[in-house]
Design a protein around this ligand. Structure first.
Ligand SMILES: *Cc1c(COP(=O)(O)O)cnc(C)c1O
Length: 492
């Protein structure tokens, strides 16, 4: 007999974890179109719920457990003080439809955050509405399109995007109606400026560039490329996912970039992914300010002091998010920025860059680093040598790291590097934790030489071994459904 662990199918009719107090307002009938015939809830007791979520949290890696050097994602520590501030009653329990005069503090915070993000990045106006970086990209692309159309320039259908770009760049450009033209990279890891010169023309809507780029490098020709695109009548979008490398050091707006998104959940320490909703504010140069999504927060100075209110920019592309974006993330990011101040933010970037270069220096003799020059906040190594000599691939190294309790770096991205291992330690790792990671990577390189099967069969110590990742993606099974309670399905 095999005993199956109690994992998901815990529902039993009549069990409950909570009882709500009797309502202190009169009962009202819900409109019938808002009502469902039945509600598919699992029926479980409080201890079942607590154990379920505690167990799930233990199966996942988290930044609160150990290092999470997932390149491009900036998995820095999420300070607890952010959470305390976001939970303040006046922030957490307000309603987006509350009358303006009752939520002046929240509006002031949003107004200040718009201004601070603009100041850090060199942009004239900022919207806080987009829900994540990709959403910000779409916002930016729609504004670029609206700007050209407003001037009667409707033949600009092409968006230039480097081959090192994150997949969201071509995806959002396409969603905004542009055709994507891929720009190659040069042998120093820059976007190829000569190719940009050849590709621009009267059909160019713009260039969507990532600087610092996804190889973790500052593009050496960024200024020249911006000028070429502007001279051809296009606008320049900067994917700001890598902003953590340049806070207080360089401002994209000063370089002549027209529009850029911020990932508050990367650069400004608000939680990622399953940890909470993201937030992808967008900053623009003056000429795009009128096109921002509506509404934005403005300040009106009156005799008895300032008042904050909503305003629709005159040529707004409209609304991109219900209400005003993920306000809880605005609070966390605002708190993080104010806690650090100007010099503290610069220190963040200096430490992030130092940590990445430290790891690069510790690893570059044992792993191939295709563009082995001073990097920004991350760098891209490769397992091409291990693959050629011992048949050990990047995925094997990533799985082996799990045995050491470390989340793997980003793998197989950017696409232009074979067997890519993209490492971003962030500034919140100590010297000791950087050394632990480097030691593990060096040991794995040694194992690849002496005992390759051990690496190829990793992980060895985790609860689950290699998973069918394609199956997990295609047949997501995240939600309890009642049939499974009635007819237990064979475990597959
Ligand atoms: C994370 C990332 C994005 C997308 O941002 P999301 O907030 O995840 O939507 C885009 N480009 C790059 C380079 C990124 O790292």
């Amino acid at each position: 007999m095999t005993v199956e662990p109690l994992i998901f199918e815990l529902s039993s009719p009549g069990r409950r974890a909570a009882r709500f107090p009797a309502p202190d307002v009169p009962d009202a009938e819900l409109p019938s179109d808002l009502r469902r015939e039945s509600l598919e809830w699992p029926e479980v007791s409080e201890i079942d719920v607590v154990r379920h979520f505690t167990r799930l949290s233990q199966k996942n890696h988290a930044i609160d457990i150990s290092m999470y050097p997932l390149g491009s994602c900036t998995m820095k520590y999420n300070p607890r003080i952010n959470e305390q501030v976001a939970r303040l009653n006046g922030f957490a329990n307000i309603h987006p439809l509350a009358p303006e005069e009752t939520v002046q503090g929240a509006l002031e915070l949003m107004y200040d955050l718009q201004g601070i993000l603009g100041e850090i990045s060199g942009f004239d106006a900022v919207t806080l509405q987009p829900a994540a970086g990709a959403h910000g990209e779409l916002t930016g692309c729609l504004m670029i399109r609206a700007w050209h159309h407003e001037r009667g320039d409707t033949g600009r259908t092409k968006m230039l995007i480097p081959d090192s770009a994150h997949g969201t760049n071509p995806a959002t450009a396409r969603m905004a109606g542009f055709d994507v033209v891929t720009v190659p990279s040069d042998d120093r890891g820059n976007t190829d400026i000569d190719a940009v010169r050849e590709l621009v023309g009267p059909d160019t809507a713009g260039l969507m560039i990532t600087n610092p780029n996804t190889l973790g490098l500052w593009d050496e020709h960024i200024k020249g490329m911006i000028d070429i695109v502007h001279e051809a009548g296009g606008l320049v979008y900067n994917d700001g996912a890598n902003f953590n490398a340049i806070l207080g050091i360089a401002r994209p707006g000063d370089l002549g970039i027209d529009v850029m998104h911020f990932n508050l959940h990367k650069t400004f320490s608000t939680p990622h992914g399953g940890g909470g909703p993201g937030s992808g504010p967008v900053g623009v140069a003056q000429r795009l300010a009128d096109y921002l999504p509506a509404p934005i927060v403005v300040r009106v100075d009156e005799e008895d002091g300032p008042r904050y209110t909503w305003q629709e920019p005159p040529k707004s592309i409209g609304k991109l998010h219900g209400f005003n974006g993920n306000f809880g993330m605005h609070v966390r990011a605002y708190n993080y920025i104010r806690m650090h101040g100007a010099s503290g933010l610069r220190q963040v970037s200096e430490d992030a860059v130092l940590n990445a270069n430290y790891l690069r220096a510790r690893l570059h003799n044992d792993y191939h680093v295709p563009h082995d020059r001073t990097c920004m906040h991350e760098f891209v190594a490769s397992a091409s040598r291990q693959k050629k000599e011992n048949g050990v691939r990047t995925v094997d190294i990533a799985k082996r790291l799990l045995d050491f309790g470390i989340h793997p770096p980003t793998t197989y991205f950017p696409l232009i590097i074979a067997e890519a291992i993209m490492i971003e330690p962030t500034e919140t790792e100590s010297r000791e934790s950087l050394d632990y990671f480097a030691d593990c990577m060096l040991q794995i390189a040694e194992e690849a030489r002496t005992d390759p099967d051990m690496v190829k069969n990793a992980p060895h110590t985790t609860e689950y071994k290699r998973l069918d990742e394609v199956g997990a993606n295609r047949q997501l099974n995240l939600r309890w459904v009642r049939e499974r309670e009635l007819e237990p399905q064979a475990a597959d």
